[in-house]
Design a binder for this molecule. Structure first.
Ligand code: SF4
Length: 277
């Protein structure tokens, strides 16, 4: 039932421009550190850190979202308290907890910890169907390690597994083969939409994100969406009740109004964003 209500809110609220009491979803960046250097990544690796457990707990002061994803610009397995954060989110009543990982660091112990903590979705990014394509995009990653880990996850992980690909010039011709190869290892496959923050790929006039979600960086800043990679549209910082305040703030409503009235071109960072949602 909760799940149906969540899905309904996700679809209906942005279409009818309804601002729900609390964001349906939060993207919480446990760390912006990463073990890889992917070609399409816009992460700033000159200023990296990890979210403290106190900041993490404060995110939920004032409301519980229907779902959270515990990463943004980094690799969540590099946070030493990832297990605590998953378990904490489940204990306080978050309906769906997910992480998106590059899959390189996963061990059998990690999977046991995911199962014990109650992780609902493990999302693994697999950006190619051959060693050459994958390792050409995911610099520093090993295709063979990834394949071994995908088999291990399929065997041992009790939650849902989503395997996804971010289409780009070097892998766009492999998508059908990619689907065939990875279908047996996942509960769901997702082929992302082509996107570019420099506006080089056209996107729809408006955007649904501001009626669905907020994004919190590792150092406790609040942003309207995960596409604001450079942190251009800061809404505030984490303190007691700040998520709800940011969600209903004049600044957030200004973004919504500009988007729905004048479209993406009227406001930054939307003017440079080609994310589809
Ligand atoms: S930056 Fe992109 S994804 Fe974020 S609110 Fe603007 S248009 Fe939507």
């Amino acid at each position: 039932m909760t799940n149906l209500w969540y899905r309904a809110k996700w679809i209906i609220a942005p279409r009818l421009k309804i601002v729900t009491q609390f964001p349906t979803h939060l993207d919480i960046e446990l760390t912006n550190r990463c073990n890889l250097q992917c070609t399409m990544c816009r992460r700033d690796n000159t200023n990296t850190g990890i979210m403290s457990v106190d900041v993490f707990k404060n995110v939920f002061d004032g409301g519980i979202p229907d779902s959270v994803k515990l990463n943004w610009r980094g690799e969540p397995l590099m946070h030493p308290d990832l297990w605590f954060c998953i378990e904490y989110a489940k204990t306080i009543g978050v309906g769906e907890v997910a992480i998106n990982t590059n899959g390189q660091l996963i061990t059998e112990q990690h999977i046991t910890d995911f199962n014990n903590a109650g992780l609902d979705w493990l999302i693994i990014s697999v950006d190619g169907v051959t060693k050459e394509t994958y390792e050409g995009i995911r610099k520093g990653g090993s295709f063979q390690t990834l394949l071994n880990n995908l088999v291990l996850v399929r065997k041992k992980f009790k939650g849902g597994i989503r395997i996804q690909i971010c289409p780009q010039d070097s892998n766009i011709g492999e998508i059908e083969k990619w689907k065939e190869k990875f279908k047996p290892l996942a509960d769901c496959l997702r082929v992302g939409k082509l996107h570019a923050m420099d506006g080089s790929i056209s996107a729809p006039y408006s955007c649904y994100h501001p009626w669905r979600r907020l994004t919190i960086s590792w150092d406790g800043n609040i942003y309207p969406c995960p596409a604001d990679y450079r942190g251009i549209f800061k809404l505030g910082s984490i303190e007691s009740g700040s998520i709800k305040k940011a969600w209903h703030s004049d600044r957030m409503n200004y973004l919504r109004n500009m988007l729905s009235t004048y479209g993406r071109s009227a406001i930054s960072p939307c003017s440079e964003c080609s994310t589809y949602c």
